[in-house]
Design a protein around this ligand. Sequence first.
Ligand SMILES: Cc1cn([C@H]2C[C@H](O)[C@@H](COP(=O)(O)OP(=O)(O)O[C@H]3O[C@@H](C)C(=O)[C@@H](O)[C@H]3O)O2)c(=O)[nH]c1=O
Length: 209
Amino acid sequence: MIFGCVDFGQSAKFDCLVKLYFFDFANTMLNMINGLIVLNFRSFADDRGRFFESYHKERYLKEGILCDFVQDNVSVSSYGVIRGLHFQSGDFAQAKLVQVLKGRVLDVAVDLRPDSPTFGQHYSVELSDENHLQFFIPRGFAHGFSVLSDEALFHYKCDNYYHKASERGIIYNDPALNIDWQLPQGKEIVSDKDLELMSFESLKNTMNF
Ligand SMILES: Cc1cn([C@H]2C[C@H](O)[C@@H](COP(=O)(O)OP(=O)(O)O[C@H]3O[C@@H](C)C(=O)[C@@H](O)[C@H]3O)O2)c(=O)[nH]c1=O
């Protein structure tokens, strides 16, 4: 349930009209970055299990998520896995609507919009099959998550197709970003590809967003 809109903003560069919401979860109200939306929606439980609508175009458009989603992805990961921090550059930039279908993750978005007052800052939110939160990340952000449960089934919608040549990223443990992935040291499982991602400082110098 969405409690109320407190701010509107429009990013010409990334052409997503965005809103900032108050929720009944205290942590989602802190340090929120303009453009990010955490959606808390209704789940119906009965003897058989649970039901929820995971996407409803008309309603999401009304809430300011003006994206035409063209690709859905699913990843399965075990405890300790960190995927990220990823984004696609230029014309292949992607907005993402992410959620956890099974398990628990810490989801992180880093603001890479050069003109943003929160450029270089990140926002983290726990997404799980218990809280049913969805997280909308507009174009212009790097995205990643860490897996806090034994296994996580992660689902996301993208408003632009995967384009290998446009893949970019920042190393997950970048000292300037200083992200707390909420994993004990040494438990992180990171792909070889992600271990080679550049630092935030190098990315800023390339300006290759
Ligand atoms: C992302 C993606 C990957 N692939 C392929 C490429 C590769 O062989 C295999 C695994 O790809 P990756 O290692 O890049 O998967 P992964 O590390 O899960 O990448 C994802 O991470 C999260 C954090 C994001 O935000 C996503 O946008 C995406 O970058 O799947 C596709 O075919 N389509 C896609 O859209």
